[in-house]
Design a protein around this ligand. Structure first.
Ligand code: NAD
Length: 515
């Protein structure tokens, strides 16, 4: 089988290297699997010029023409799924299953969804108005592509969270420059190569490899920025976007709570707590990061979760079925995980299973369950982004809701109860972008629903109508067909006309709200 380096395109968009090369490490082995250029501001500016030159032709493809390219890309992804999974695994150290389900599965669906739905979400809308002055006129709401979109992504999902946002931006008729994380640039380069094979015109999608400075340079040129990453960087990106008065859509960090009520199906709740806290080694923005369990079922729930977490295999992914929990992708993340566990233990928490870095090659942390936790501990209040699950006992649902909302973040949440009406009522009280009842994280796969964060978890959303309209400006078109020489309210002003208009307004608006 070809190595990842051999699979990569020979040139990186043909742009000269602006700085030192960036080594890409396999976190499961410590090996350097490839190097990519660290592009400087000049290189980004060149890419921008090429993107702007290429965009009008792409826009002129229309919805059908663009959908054909995306449909070919969907098939390309399925035909090359093994190669894409291997590339993702090589730069993230995640398991093959995590790469297949949450990355290939997501992107496969997204290519088809946006190809089909773009014309519905972005097609001209004929509008009717109650305003008497425009009676008989043609009123149209039109969406037009903004032009050039910058997408900046994190390292935890190189396909879903970096490349994934390019799909609707492209389908709306924009050119896109994607700045993937410097930790995981290879998947984006491979996908861009695939898109070219599928007939995407040259320079409509370009990959700007580089570190933070490359991302900052990109924000200085584009017409809109789609950012996914930490709240800290997202704030800087929002400030830079505000200075240029360009829109920014921000998908940021989270500390998702799970609430287990005493009437919950505990076996299901325990399976979901285990899977959705440990999946992708806990490195998902919408991972379950903390659990609140009603007192009567707390002991049984903790026993079930501990047993299930203890059974998980952690280590280097050697193919499908080899391990459940893969590597910690980003070196500093391991320090954060260790710090949160140490802080909790020092403040009185107990580790029921795990609690240590796995010795040996590669970067792994044991799947960990913490109890006797409270909100004085970082593991309950700050994003851990690792395979850890702190579980806290609460008196009742009200206390659970209060604690769940006691967070700067508001990305996702889940509630488990056999009484689905009660579960939904509690879900509606949670300050977050998405709440699942008797489920978790699944909302992300529903591309018809908006996905975005409340509070410090972000601004704007991906998916749904808003997830593609944000890549467009709105234009109002008014066409007057029956055109008289002038309108009644025009010059010269006459007191008789004004009295007539006053009477007219009174007739229209003077009776208050009609039933
Ligand atoms: P990060 O903020 O460190 O980096 C994200 C990207 O921003 C990288 O490509 C980085 O190079 C770039 N960057 C850094 N400084 C920049 C600057 N000044 N201007 C422009 N770009 C700059 O985040 P990360 O560590 O890569 O990702 C992990 C974080 O992402 C977690 O907090 C996680 O919750 C979040 N995340 C959120 C979602 C979501 O949908 N809400 C999805 C995935 C990850």
């Amino acid at each position: 089988m070809a190595t990842v380096e051999q699979q990569l395109p020979e040139t990186h968009n043909g742009v000269a290297d602006g700085g030192t090369d960036i080594p890409v490490e396999n976190p499961a082995t410590g090996e350097i699997v490839a190097t990519v250029p660290d592009l400087g501001a000049d290189a980004v500016a060149e890419m921008v010029a090429r993107a702007r030159a290429a965009q009008p032709e792409w826009e002129a493809y229309g919805f059908d023409g663009r959908a054909r390219v995306l449909s070919r890309a969907q098939k390309w992804l399925m035909d090359n799924a093994g190669r894409v999974v291997d590339t993702i695994v090589s730069e993230t150290g995640k398991t093959h299953e995590d790469a297949q389900l949450a990355e290939i599965g997501y992107a496969g669906n997204a290519f088809g969804f946006w190809a089909k739905m773009a014309s519905e979400y972005l097609g001209d809308e004929r509008v009717k108005s109650s305003q008497i002055l425009v009676k008989g006129k043609k009123l149209v709401l039109r969406y037009r592509p903004l032009g050039l979109i910058g997408v900046i992504g994190p390292w935890n999902y190189p396909l879903t969270n970096s490349f994934g946002d390019c799909i609707p931006a492209l389908m709306a008729g924009n050119a896109v420059i994607l700045k993937p994380s410097e930790i995981t640039p290879l998947t984006s380069l491979l996908l861009a190569e695939g898109m070219r094979e599928c007939g995407l015109p040259e320079n409509v999608l370009q990959i700007a490899t580089g570190r933070g400075a490359t991302g900052a340079a990109l924000v200085e040129h584009v017409d809109m920025i789609m950012f996914t990453g930490s709240t800290r960087t997202g704030t800087k990106v929002a400030e830079a976007a505000a200075r240029r008065l360009i829109p920014a859509s921000l998908e940021l960090g989270g500390k998702d709570p799970m609430i287990v009520l005493s009437d919950a199906d505990l076996e299901r709740a325990a399976n979901f707590a285990t899977y959705y806290s440990m999946q992708n080694a806990g490195q998902t923005c919408i991972s379950i990061e903390r659990v609140y369990v009603e007192e009567p079922v707390y002991d049984e729930f903790v026993a079930k979760v501990s047993e299930k977490v203890r059974a998980l295999r952690v280590g280097k992914p050697e193919g499908f079925g080899s391990v459940e929990v893969g590597a910690i992708t980003f070196p500093p993340q391991l320090e954060t995980i260790k710090d949160h566990v140490a802080d909790a233990v020092q403040k009185g928490a107990r580790v029921l299973t795990g609690g240590k870095q796995v010795p040996g090659a590669g970067r792994f942390y044991e799947p960990t369950v913490l109890v006797d936790v409270d909100h004085s501990m970082k593991c309950m209040t700050e994003e851990t982004f690792g395979p850890t699950l702190p579980i806290m006992k609460v008196r009742d649902a009200d206390e659970a809701v209060r604690l769940a909302n006691e967070s700067p973040y508001g990305l996702g949440a889940s509630v488990f109860s056999r009484d689905t009406a009660r579960g939904e009522a509690i879900a509606r009280r949670l300050d977050c972008g998405a709440a699942n009842v008797n489920d978790a994280m699944i909302n992300y796969t529903v591309l018809e629903l908006p996905m975005g964060g409340a509070k410090a978890s972000g601004l704007g959303s991906r998916h749904g109508a808003g997830g593609i309209r944000k890549y467009c400006s709105q234009q109002a078109i008014v066409v007057t067909r029956l055109a008289m020489k002038k309108e009644v309210f025009m010059y010269p002003y006459k007191s008789r006309t004004s009295r007539l208009l006053a009477g007219f307004f009174k007739l229209m608006y003077g009776r208050g709200r009609r039933a």
